[in-house]
Ligand binder design. Sequence first.
Ligand SMILES: NC(=O)c1ccc[n+]([C@@H]2O[C@H](COP(=O)([O-])OP(=O)(O)OC[C@H]3O[C@@H](n4cnc5c(N)ncnc54)[C@H](OP(=O)(O)O)[C@@H]3O)[C@@H](O)[C@H]2O)c1
Length: 289
Amino acid sequence: MYVIVGATGNTGRVVAEQLLAEGREVRAWVRSEARGADLAEAGASLAVVDVEDDASVRAGFEGARAAYLMLPPPDYSKDGFLATRARIAKRLVDGAVAAGLEHVVLLSSIGAQHPEGTGVIRSLHHTEELLRASAIPATFLRPAYFVENWGSVLPAAQGDGVLPQMLGDATAPVPMVATRDIGRAAARALLEGPSAAGVIELEGPTRPSPVDIAASVASILGRPVAPIDVPFDAQVATLQSFGMSQDVASLFNEMNRGIAAGHVTFDGSGTHERGETDATTVLRALLNA
Ligand SMILES: NC(=O)c1ccc[n+]([C@@H]2O[C@H](COP(=O)([O-])OP(=O)(O)OC[C@H]3O[C@@H](n4cnc5c(N)ncnc54)[C@H](OP(=O)(O)O)[C@@H]3O)[C@@H](O)[C@H]2O)c1
């Protein structure tokens, strides 16, 4: 039986659907049964688990053979991002060890090979380290920047015809990937079991720049859309104005600087895969177009 953490999220839902389609037994972790009704209908059993609660995490892993692990995004308005994620990571790894899992696939990230200079991704480096120190065979899935991240600035494109972007040079190509392709890659990794490489780097079919993303959005909306640079020095204040804590805003700023500097990058450890979903397909879905 496969445990899927975050089974109602972008990637977890796809992992669960893919495993069910292969006839595998799936236990979907949900925060409420109502949120997982469609997964239950498709054949998954549901476990109501809060990753902040030891007992439900332990019970959620009981009897499982393998698991898809991800760290749910915490409340961005609160400080203490790295400490919160470290606490959750430890609880998940301890639970997986106690259940004697044969394999886990961790949703990690591009750049997670580095301990520092990667902002929010530092928490995934730490989680990889915890798993390496455990006895559980693990596969680290390191996807690129999610295409879905652009969803937060699409209202500005629809309203004002601008696409705010924080990745530095707007013409520089950035590895990106659709969450659908991440879910598919994770499901494949679970079905194949532990691999010698232990790392899967994943990006989409092309490397679009923010200018390319703006052009795609413009063609979907049928109106001009101009990328607008948010300079690195202005990003913390801008992100705070949208409700992020200083701590979280600073970590996103560090990640953005790391992407622009080529520090948040693939390092060639493990296999390198390409998803099949292009950015325009994702943007069209986000825009309901
Ligand atoms: N964005 C990027 O560019 C990027 C790049 C590389 C890696 N990542 C990683 O990807 C993660 C996000 O993955 P995603 O997009 O698949 O997730 P997502 O769509 O944000 O979904 C989060 C999932 O976690 C569940 N959840 C939230 N809080 C929980 C709690 N306290 N206990 C149990 N479950 C909880 C949610 O349940 P509900 O449906 O009930 O809310 C949902 O199923 C990030 O946290 C990061 O680690 C992101």
